[in-house]
Design a binder for this molecule. Sequence first.
Ligand SMILES: [Zn+2]
Ligand SMILES: [Zn+2]
Length: 84
Amino acid sequence: MMTAAEGTCAVCGEALEELNSAQCGECDQRFHLNQRNDVGGKDCGDVWIDEQYLSLRFACFNCLRPDERSPTGGEAEPPVGEGH
Ligand SMILES: [Zn+2]
Ligand SMILES: [Zn+2]
């Protein structure tokens, strides 16, 4: 049974499931994000903690790579570092 675009990764276009995906805070599309360390998974984006709002932020690689798609205005934030 075919359902709407929901269930398709915005980055690689492959099917995804609720458990291995997240919603991008920039483009509102879903992308692969492995949220479990005990299971191998695919990452088509990144997640980090916003230090200003102390909340989780999600972004797909489409939005993290400005060379693929020009950002929709606003100042570009530097990519998130790996802590340490
Ligand atoms: Zn993907
Ligand atoms: Zn995005």
